[in-house]
Design a binder for this molecule. Structure first.
Ligand SMILES: O=C(CO)[C@H](O)[C@H](O)COP(=O)(O)O
Length: 224
């Protein structure tokens, strides 16, 4: 199977998982990226069965609206029943690296508001130790060099993602050469650097469920 076929299969598994649980007044949190895009297109098939969505990016909001799916501002809803999103890496504790699409801050906010976080990913994202994928860090533009120097002190090699501005008007540093054995501690340490908005480690708020698309079918994981 191609990677896109695996992504499509995991998106379908997410629809099958959430559809029976969705409440008529329920809000679905929707992530960002190519796997999330498959999910959005399938969510359109069941759009009458829940109230609406909160999107983690402008791009996802536009795609949802193009299907006639209501999109709410997060401040206009009381909570989110379930959040479905992809990831760049996932480990056995369902801790994640996210932000390859530069949407990490809004993704982290939506995840924090959600009763349940379902991660959808193809098997290339499954790793024993996080850090092979460069860790995205969203930074206030004027603090870019300051933050980069502080990240070097933590043992990483930050590279400025040229030409990218986040939906929040900030920039991204991608941190290479990390071997993240203590994800919660590193998430905290990077977030404590002045000028950092947030980083793409989802360790304090890991996924609750991972639907992993593999050649042998979609496998379901809960945090071990
Ligand atoms: O975190 C993300 C965007 O900021 C995405 O979930 C992550 O990059 C995975 O993307 P894809 O589904 O295209 O592989």
């Amino acid at each position: 199977m191609t990677q896109d076929e695996l992504k499509r299969a995991t998106a379908r598994a997410a629809i099958d998982y959430i559809a029976p649980k969705l409440e008529a007044d329920g809000i679905v949190g929707v992530g960002t990226g190519s796997t999330a895009n498959f999910f959005i297109d399938m969510l359109a098939e069941i759009k009458g069965r829940f109230d609406g969505t909160v999107a983690s990016s402008e791009a996802s909001a536009e795609r949802l609206k193009s299907h006639g799916i209501p999109v709410y501002d997060l401040n206009a809803v009381d909570g989110i029943q379930v959040y479905v999103d992809g990831a760049d890496e996932a480990n056995a504790a369902l801790e994640l690296i996210k932000g390859g699409g530069a949407a990490l801050t809004r993704e982290k906010i939506v995840a924090a508001c959600s009763d349940e976080f379902v991660c959808i990913a193809d098997e290339s994202k499954w790793v024993p130790v996080l850090g092979t994928f460069p860790l995205p860090v969203e930074v206030i533009p004027m603090a870019r060099s300051l933050v980069a120097r502080e990240i070097v002190k933590l043992g990483g090699d930050p590279i400025y993602r040229q030409g990218v501005t986040t939906d929040n008007g900030n920039v991204i540093l991608d941190v290479h050469n990390l071997h993240i054995t203590q994800p919660r501690a590193l998430e905290e340490a990077i977030n404590n650097i002045t000028g950092v908005v947030t980083n793409g480690l989802f360790a304090h708020r890991p996924a609750d469920l991972l639907l992993l698309g593999t050649a042998a079918g979609v496998k379901t994981f809960t945090a071990s």
